[in-house]
Design a protein around this ligand. Structure first.
Ligand code: GAR
Length: 221
């Protein structure tokens, strides 16, 4: 596949960018069918921007703190995205809620990874909440973005069994290892034309998914 035939993709970030790194590593090996044409952060100076620069990818900031408020921020971000003209937008640890207008203009072309087994635990502090609730399993979900927060149709879920005396930190580390698998996989499906958002559902290979495809953490032998 030539780089010209790969799907132009923009990644939105807010922090350390370990998911971005996993995506860049796969993309560089040519296994995703995408070219990352820009990385956009809502905060300056984050590690994710460094990772983009190291990979030779335009690293842009739309600084939320300097934007003049949420509506202005969304307008500025929308203008940057319109300029970059991606075919796919990937939210990789992007911690802002996008407004309906922005999400609607990229409907079916925006993917997010969220650290819970949605519909459980939308929003923040998912690991702490799952542990406090005494959950036996936790994980992460890749889903299409719709205007309602963390409510879009699921694509892939990574599940881990919570261990006795599991800490928030260890649970996060285990779940994130799974994100590095499922997010690139969903992106590759999308780039190959296997994945679509239609009639409010996820479709994979022409079939409506009733539930996300589940990947279980490999059990130690
Ligand atoms: C990821 O683990 C992702 O699940 C979470 O932020 C982390 C970012 O890590 N996303 C959300 O909470 C979105 N609601 P990273 O910057 O190292 O990829």
């Amino acid at each position: 596949m030539t780089s010209a035939s790969r799907l132009p993709t923009v990644v939105l970030v807010s922090g350390s960018g370990t998911n971005l790194q996993a995506i860049l590593d796969h993309a560089q090996r040519g296994s995703l069918g995408i070219t990352v044409t820009g990385v956009v952060s809502d905060r300056p100076g984050v590690m994710a921007l460094e990772r983009a620069k190291r990979a030779g990818i335009p690293a842009l900031t739309v600084d939320h703190a300097q934007s003049g408020g949420s509506t202005a921020f969304q307008r500025q971000l929308g203008a940057v995205l319109a300029e970059l003209k991606p075919e796919l937008i990937v939210l990789a640890g992007f911690m802002r809620i996008l407004n309906t207008e922005l999400v609607s203009s990229w409907a079916g072309r925006m993917l997010n990874v969220h650290p819970s087994l949605l519909p459980k635990y939308p929003g923040l502090h998912t690991y702490r909440r799952a542990l406090e609730a005494g959950e036996k399993v936790h994980g992460s979900t890749v889903h299409f973005v719709i205007p309602e927060l963390d409510a879009g149709p699921g694509i892939l879920q990574y599940r881990v069994n919570i261990r006795p005396a599991e800490s928030e930190q260890s649970l996060r580390a285990r779940v994130q290892q799974g994100e590095y698998l499922i997010f690139p996989r969903a992106i590759a499906w999308f780039a190959a034309g296997r994945l679509a958002l239609k009639d409010g559902s996820t479709w994979l290979d022409g079939e409506r998914l009733n539930a996300p495809v589940v990947v279980e953490e490999a059990q130690p032998v």
